[in-house]
Design a protein around this ligand. Sequence first.
Ligand SMILES: Nc1nc2c(c(=O)[nH]1)N[C@H]1C(S)=C(S)[C@@H](COP(=O)(O)OP(=O)(O)OC[C@H]3O[C@@H](n4cnc5c(=O)[nH]c(N)nc54)[C@H](O)[C@@H]3O)O[C@H]1N2
Ligand SMILES: Nc1nc2c(c(=O)[nH]1)N[C@H]1C(S)=C(S)[C@@H](COP(=O)(O)OP(=O)(O)OC[C@H]3O[C@@H](n4cnc5c(=O)[nH]c(N)nc54)[C@H](O)[C@@H]3O)O[C@H]1N2
Ligand code: SF4
Ligand SMILES: [Mo]
Length: 731
Amino acid sequence: MTAKFSRRTFFKTSGLVSAGIAATSMLPDKFLLWAEEKGMLQASQIPTYCEICFWKCGALAKVINGKVVKLEGNPAHPGSRGKLCGRGNGGTGLLYDPNRLKTPLINTGTRGEGKYKKASWDEALNFTAERMTKIAKKYGPESMAIFTPTDHFLPLISAFGSPNVGMPSFAQCRGPRDVGLELTFGDSIGSPERLDMLNSKVVVLLGSHLGENMHNSQVQDFVESIGRGAKYIVVDPRFSIAAGKAVKWLPIRPATDMALILAWIHIIISEELYDKEYISRYATGLDELRTAVRDYTPEWAAKETDLKAADIIETAHMLGRRAPAVCIHPGRHATWYGDDVQRTRALGILMALLGSWGREGGAFFATKASFPKVASKPYPEPSRPALNLGGYPFAGGEGVTQAIRTATITGKPYPIKGWFVSGTNLLKALPNQKETMEAIKQLDLLVAVDVMPFDTVMMADVILPECSYLERHDALAVGKGKSLTVSLRQPVIEPMYESKPAWWIAKELSKRLGLASYFPWNTYEDKIKSQCSLWGINYDELKKVGTITIPDSSNPYITPLNQPEFKTASGKIELYSHELKEKGFDPIPVYTSHEKPEPDEFRLIYGRHAVHTFSRTTNNPELHELYPENEVWINATKAHSLGIKNGSYVTLINQDDVKISHIKVKATERIREDCVYMVHGFGTTSKELKKAFAKGGDDQGLVTKYAVDPICGGTGMRVNFVRIGKETINA
Ligand SMILES: Nc1nc2c(c(=O)[nH]1)N[C@H]1C(S)=C(S)[C@@H](COP(=O)(O)OP(=O)(O)OC[C@H]3O[C@@H](n4cnc5c(=O)[nH]c(N)nc54)[C@H](O)[C@@H]3O)O[C@H]1N2
Ligand SMILES: Nc1nc2c(c(=O)[nH]1)N[C@H]1C(S)=C(S)[C@@H](COP(=O)(O)OP(=O)(O)OC[C@H]3O[C@@H](n4cnc5c(=O)[nH]c(N)nc54)[C@H](O)[C@@H]3O)O[C@H]1N2
Ligand code: SF4
Ligand SMILES: [Mo]
């Protein structure tokens, strides 16, 4: 990992000999990078993959004398294709953030007070294992719940005997989308989404704010497809970056998308624009669908959506005429209004009518290639089942985060007394922070494994500092797009401070919990190596290149010889869902109107900023500099009539009288008059975060209300209304 240092050229050019500077470690990064670019220094280039968001792009780290000076995209990786997004480029900001967690910490005050003592790893791990054991003895191992998107602690908790897992990526994100598509096609769209935008003639984005939502290869496809002539229809109450590239922006009244989709379906069926052969061959329920959408006329939808009937008709024609090369993006963050499975079902039905599922320019099929399953010791059968409060029949294996929270508060059906939290900031991710705080109060143990002292971490009894993704091994990342790929995460430098990789923390805890047999390898690299040999991957080659693509001959589209398989109850695309009917839900999506804001209120909507990922990047010195605080977008005309100036700071007060103060106004014509918009993730309460503390406003603070989807337990979070606090206007 050391740089090859061309001493002679370097000193000659820089004239630094006389200055007596002989070691590159004393030089600033920017200078090292400059010297490297000029050919005076040679950096090692180590491949890994990014963790600033879930896209996990292949990255190449340039390292000079143990310093990471630059991150670049790995051309071999399909998610990055040689480029990182702004956030990925800023990964070094996380690595070198001076506010990183540096040592294990044990709470010495009351929970949340922020008083910690430094502890040795042995002390902190013993403390954690003892408390976990105590909970298991007193209440049963199921009373220990885990919240995490990562792989290392799930085996630990399963081996411990608890089935209670909660990932915000399901109930606060893509759960309803995946369930809606699975009910329709027997399969979801995957992540990265299997969207064939590059070959599309028309692309529909409902919400999906590409360009602000920066999922790397998808944004590259977005830009390239426009270059190739794809026409974008963007449905968004806000003139998003994507709307700026669209041929048609439909500034819909928030919460009424279902009316628009049903009207599109109505037009496509009544004008016989649907793909008759595709539907008769692959789908079931057309007659029921035709009857069900009979009254969803464009004129009716125009009233609901506040769009023009002529625009609804024109866009339906665009879809019908360009089918099947039409990409209906099913969104990712789908937890909007509580009827989100049904909204995604409606989108799925539209895709089916257009014949675009499995067709060029629509949604393609993933490669059929796969890796053999790695054998592992079976986990004990928990004596009590996983919590599914609310009994959501399609909740899925990623758990219903907020239901675990409710059980923690009520102690029913059985007590939850310990939370193991890693890689998620629950206070920012879950709606209704008061409930999260109430649940935290009931706990006997809150363990946090994190890189940074974010809000939830600062509530923990014990904090275990993980090293950043640039300092560790993690699970091999398997990508299933048109091809099968495997990517390696490996340390590009040694862990800084006393931080440790999660695999090490999990393994050390397993020893203390008597569960070491579930971690039968010495180092994680050993584990990866044996996985590679099982999969026929040359590990040394993988280390060098970062990503390997497995050649195969799967066809991503339907052809006479490549017929699709739909893993639904009927084996067909279900326009009418018998499964939903059986469980007491509408078999075909039905429009229900949602509550509207009062005249002095705005619906609170939220989204992403191109250079931030939720809360996790808000203290990153490099990304903070680019966008230090979020703003509240208010329609300029409306702001003017309220006497609110662009750039002034205001207070926002929601329907439950919960306030956030001091948020900057962005008065703009780019948003409707009935809603305000914020970038999610700002306004941290952690004083340890010197840059992010109290910067901007916390949208989650205002999301006190949420509408739970009865089908899958997703929490619709765009059901809150805010007023603008007069007392601080223009203060
Ligand atoms: N830069 C960046 N990119 C990210 C992330 C990140 O943190 N930062 N996070 C990633 C993750 S995990 C996810 S889930 C995705 C989320 O990104 P998306 O899936 O794109 O999220 P959406 O909620 O669909 O999009 C937000 C948009 O919806 C609009 N909107 C609000 N209400 C309505 C409505 O009622 N109808 C319609 N049609 N539009 C509405 C908002 O104005 C906003 O433009 O982003 C991913 N990409
Ligand atoms: N109001 C509102 N709520 C939302 C959303 C919204 O837009 N608005 N978005 C929803 C969506 S789509 C999602 S996916 C969720 C996202 O919710 P989360 O995934 O919880 O997002 P973050 O707020 O970024 O919190 C990430 C935490 O992981 C830590 N972390 C980062 N890297 C590492 C690492 O390498 N190791 C460990 N151990 N920890 C690490 C960070 O320091 C931080 O504490 O939030 C959901 N909730
Ligand atoms: S999209 Fe950006 S932040 Fe996400 S993994 Fe890729 S480079 Fe990293
Ligand atoms: Mo998400």
